[in-house]
Design a protein around this ligand. Structure first.
Ligand code: HEC
Length: 104
């Protein structure tokens, strides 16, 4: 049986689309929104700085590598039961790294 070319095209397209959603680049804007909505206020209060960004730039930051950052985001997420999806965790990690930590 000969597969019509158009059908092949759609099969490839759907495979490719699937891949894209699995390996999608992090959504920085979504990460920023999550930080503002779910993280900022508590960090502002807990750090005593009154500014939710400063916990990420404090000189005694425990975060020294990208892996540390992922771990801290995951810790705040699970311990505080913020219920972020893994994609959202990745987005907020990417945002914090781009904005504050700048690890390679
Ligand atoms: C209910 C309070 C609270 C919320 C909500 C919260 N955090 Fe935190 N977070 C903390 C506290 C407290 C620390 C400091 C922990 C320490 O010093 O060991 C911290 C530290 C961090 C750090 C390490 C900062 C550094 O450089 O030392 C990261 C990264 C972080 N939080 C990410 C997040 C993200 C992302 C969210 C939102 C999805 C979030 N946190 C929500 C309380 C919170």
């Amino acid at each position: 049986m000969k597969l019509p070319l158009i059908k092949l095209f759609f099969i490839l397209l759907s495979l490719f689309g699937l891949n894209l959603s699995v390996y999608a680049a992090p959504d920085i804007a979504n990460g920023k929104k999550i930080d503002q909505q779910q993280c900022y206020a508590c960090h502002a209060k807990k750090s005593g700085f009154g500014n939710g960004d400063m916990i990420y730039t404090r000189s005694d930051s425990r975060v020294k590598t990208l892996q540390n950052l992922k771990t801290m985001v995951a810790r705040c997420n699970t311990e505080l039961r913020l219920d972020l999806f893994p994609e959202d965790e990745a987005d907020v990690t990417a945002f914090l790294n781009q904005q504050f930590y700048k690890f390679k």
